[in-house]
Write a protein that binds this ligand. Structure first.
Ligand code: ZN
Ligand code: MN
Length: 475
């Protein structure tokens, strides 16, 4: 039997306003080659200057990972030639990265935690983009020089599930820290997977294969599974030495297979050497003090929700998995008198079932304030939980306010016991035979009376009050 060994490299695009070494904007969707200057075009004589905001974000990530932040780090040149890199080298950090020795806890099934070591994270400049258009290829350098943090784990993961769990946690942390968009489709969270196998019990690391070009968690899962299968089969067929070698492979999501892309370079191929045009990067005491004050992270928030609101693990996990949902929930709870139970049901069940297509939590017509107010109206018993669904349907259509919709739909719950008593009496008076049967022992008829009162009130009577009053009256 084989054991899978996985290490992950993630390139996160940082959301600074300007590029890593010049003052060009990093914003998307501009006309090609307009967000450029002599520095990011690598024109002779132009010199790079480090954007200090990048160090700030590195300190934040380092703190989140419990890592060592190197107070002095250096830049190096990684030589490679590719049309989207005008310098013909990449400025990166090879010998002394800004972050080292971090950890990240992942959640396995059955509530078990596992700690994955994050070896290091370094700052580097992104390349531009090649755009292939029929017979011609064009180069857009708007992205050239955008700041990246490359976060490199140790080979500590033993399955595709563990790898995906690590990536989701890292993704969530980046979003909680707000240091990057981490949008996988747009390429601001790019994952390279290093996969190898070994006989169970063997401590040695065998040949690792790098799989690139995977842009969703689902495909990362599949790519690892299919690559592990390829390596295991080669081993079993006795052709491991011939077929598995250190290389970079692409994942083809249509055929669900990995394909050879190029031989993987060794560090020596890149001829790393210290970048002569840049000063060392220094994190001052002041910066360290200021930027290590980071927001509450997903695990801490989940634990707090469990103790503070009596949430179960599952709900706390769902609500804190991404920062948008967590903040939405917290804003709902800031409305006076809202219980977590009502807020959870509206936020995790009712609202998502009404979000369609491009509409999500961030652009939902019903924002956290409004959904919080709707929860309040359930918890102060103005409307029933069931009526809240009708109100939400209406709210999803546009601008209306909660109370106005409740009035418009006539959903206000009758909690006035006098009114409910009168309705109960009416039903009792109208059904003398049923009353006799009930009192003669036909307990099932109780439901009939409740139903009749609810019907008479057009669903607006508080069911709990109806139950209590009928019980008292019928004896
Ligand atoms: Zn520039
Ligand atoms: Mn890199």
């Amino acid at each position: 039997m084989f054991e899978t060994v996985i290490g992950l490299e993630v390139h996160v695009q940082l959301n600074t306003k300007t590029k890593l070494f010049c003052s060009c904007p990093t914003s998307f969707n501009h006309k090609q080659n307009t967000n450029t200057c002599p520095t990011c075009l690598a024109l002779p004589g132009a010199l790079p200057v480090l954007n200090q905001d990048v160090l700030q974000k590195a300190v934040m990530l380092g703190t989140a990972l419990g890592a060592t932040v190197n107070r002095t780090s250096y830049f190096d040149r990684k030589s490679y030639f590719y049309p989207d890199s005008p310098t013909a080298y990449q400025i990166t950090q090879f010998y002394t990265p800004v972050i080292q020795h971090g950890t990240l806890d992942i959640d396995l099934e059955d509530g078990v935690k596992k700690t994955i070591r994050v070896g290091f994270a370094h700052i580097e400049a992104d390349a531009g983009k090649n755009i292939h258009d029929g017979d011609i290829s064009k180069v857009d350098l708007n992205r050239a020089g955008t700041p990246l943090l490359e976060i490199v784990s140790q080979p500590d993961m033993r399955s595709a599930d563990e790898a995906v769990s690590y990536l989701k946690k890292l993704h969530s942390i980046i979003r909680y820290l707000d240091i990057g968009d981490a949008n996988m489709q747009e390429g601001s969270f790019r994952v390279d997977v290093n996969v190898s196998i070994r006989p169970k019990g063997d401590e040695k690391l065998y040949t690792r294969v790098e799989v690139k070009n995977i842009n969703s968690f689902k495909f990362i899962q599949k790519a690892i599974e299919v690559e592990v299968q390829r390596q295991s089969e080669a081993w079993e067929d006795g052709v491991y030495e011939d077929e598995i070698f250190q290389e970079t492979r692409l994942y083809d999501q249509e055929k669900n297979e990995t394909r050879s892309m190029r031989g993987k370079e060794e560090a020596a191929d890149y001829r790393y050497f210290p970048e002569p045009d840049l000063l060392r990067a220094v994190v001052t005491d002041e910066m360290m003090e200021k930027y290590s004050q980071i927001p509450e992270l997903p695990d801490a928030k989940r634990d707090r929700f469990i103790t503070e609101y009596g949430m179960n693990e599952y709900n706390a996990g769902v609500i804190t998995a991404n920062v948008e949902t967590a903040h939405f929930f917290e804003e709902m709870m800031s409305e006076d008198g809202v219980t977590a139970k009502t807020a959870i049901s509206l936020l995790t069940v009712e609202l998502p079932s009404r979000l369609k297509g491009e509409v999500n939590l961030t652009n939902s017509p019903v924002d956290a304030k409004k959904l919080g107010f709707l929860a309040k109206r359930v918890d102060d018993k103005t409307i029933s939980g069931k009526a809240a669904k009708d109100v939400l349907d209406k709210l999803m259509e546009g601008e209306a306010e909660v109370d106005a919709v409740i009035d418009e739909l006539g959903l206000k719950q009758v909690t006035d016991t006098g009114a409910i008593e009168a309705m109960c009496q009416e039903i009792i008076d109208a059904n003398p035979e049923k009353v006799e049967q009930y009192q003669g022992g036909k307990d099932k008829l109780f439901g009939f009376f409740v139903g009749q009162v609810m019907k008479a009130s057009k669903g607006s009577a508080n069911p709990q009050a109806v139950n209590e009053i009928l019980k008292a009256k019928l004896g």
